[in-house]
Design a protein around this ligand. Structure first.
Ligand SMILES: Cc1ncc(COP(=O)(O)O)c(C=O)c1O
Length: 385
């Protein structure tokens, strides 16, 4: 019998993610886990009751591949109410197993061998491996230092005849920065005359502070060329349900669904049923989300105000960046490991979101989707450094 040659990895530089590592370390050391982005408080009890009723009353078989019609209708109403955009629940909305599946499907559907995809660095860690698996090549524009703004000249200089897709994310993980309407307009001006699509990751769309968040849904030009991704995990505090959706013009949706039907076919039916009923009963449920998280952000920021950390601005998401240059010369991965040991608080090093992190940047990310008591205890330990 001939032995198979050793397997050559398609993703040689990908290992276990830092989120898994830091959460495991936090559990091992019994530390406060502000690393991975998930709430430590329960979702709305009415939504949980709807899910258990949906299971107990027999909604347990495959749903239609595109998502339960009732949920797609509720999503169409949400998008119209929130953004004033009218989308077809039949032809433009697809329910997926989390935003992650939507992103993966979109990239697999659009990217061919040698196509180029532009990302903004730092970037959510799923984008690049999905592009690589599809045979594409990522080009990264670094967001400007400290305020993490897009540099539109640098962006334009990366576009070539091979550029097929731009991936954007606002409000932004990991930096908590939000784009402005002028940014979307600059993006549109740069790509309008090219065959370039946009994948807009808007999973934190309802978690923004101050002025209303910009969205591709509200941009007349971009919305004709974009796939916009949302996540109920973020909007209803249930990251473990993994239910998301993607909205795109019909001709893009047709291609996206060709991938979706073979990746997952459909998403957990009783969870879709529960979300549909909840959205129809409480259409304004997500309106409160910004104020809810702003209060948590402010508790954390106030409690850290006298610490030796420098707090970077946070306009959206549930992530707060801290610069620790005044405390340590360690690189950010070593600093996070040291912090778990020293004070029992787990955070995420921001360098893991970059292809090439800026020289000397010493910044960590804390997740503040936590009970106030958790935030105050973590802040008291961090203030001792
Ligand atoms: C920017 C961003 N996009 C996508 C996702 C994935 O969302 P989901 O859990 O719905 O797959 C996350 C989750 O953390 C995220 O932060």
């Amino acid at each position: 019998m001939t032995m198979a040659s050793p397997l050559v990895s398609k993703l040689p530089s990908v290992g276990t993610t830092i989120f898994t590592k830091m959460s495991a370390l936090a559990a091992e050391k019994d530390a406060i886990n502000l690393s991975q982005g998930f709430p430590d408080f329960p979702p709305d009890a009415r939504l949980l009751a709807r899910a258990s009723t949906a299971i107990l009353t027999g909604n347990n078989q495959y749903s239609p591949m595109t998502g339960l019609p009732m949920l797609r209708d509720a999503i169409a109403q949400l998008v119209e109410r929130h953004y004033g955009r009218i989308v077809s629940s039949q032809d433009e909305i697809t329910v997926t197993s989390g935003a992650s599946e939507a992103i993966f499907d979109a990239i697999a559907a659009l990217i061919r061998d040698g196509d180029e995809v532009v990302l903004f660095d730092p970037a959510y860690d799923l984008y690049e491996p999905a592009v690589t698996l599809a045979g594409g090549i990522c080009k990264r524009v670094t967001l400007t230092a400290r305020d993490f703004r897009p540099d539109w000249q640098a962006f334009a200089s990366l576009l070539t005849d091979q550029t097929r897709l731009v991936i954007i994310n606002t409000p932004h993980n990991p930096t908590g920065s939000c784009w402005q309407a002028a940014d979307l307009e600059s993006l549109w001006q740069a790509i309008a005359s090219h065959d370039i699509y946009v994948l807009s990751d808007e999973v934190y769309e309802f978690i923004h502070f101050g002025e209303s968040a910009v969205s591709v849904h509200k941009h007349a030009g971009l919305s004709t060329r974009s796939l916009v991704v949302s996540s109920f995990g973020k909007s209803f505090h249930l990251t473990g349900w993994k239910v998301g959706y993607i909205i795109a013009p019909a001709e893009l949706t047709v291609e996206l669904r060709k991938v979706h039907q073979f990746v997952s076919f459909c998403t957990a039916t009783p969870l879709q049923q529960a979300l549909a009923e909840h959205l129809l009963a409480l259409p304004d449920a997500s309106d409160e989300l910004g104020a809810f998280y702003q209060q948590k952000r402010d508790v954390l920021r106030r409690a850290l105000a006298d610490s030796r950390f420098t707090l970077l601005p946070c306009d959206g998401t549930y992530f707060q960046l801290l610069d620790y240059s005044a405390i340590s010369d360690l690189d950010d991965v070593a600093f996070c490991e040291w912090m778990v040991d020293e004070i029992g608080v787990a955070a995420i090093p921001v360098s893991v979101f970059y292809q090439q992190a800026p020289e000397g940047q010493r910044v960590i990310r804390l997740c503040f989707a936590k009970e106030e008591s958790t935030l105050l205890e973590a802040a008291s330990r961090l203030s001792g450094l």
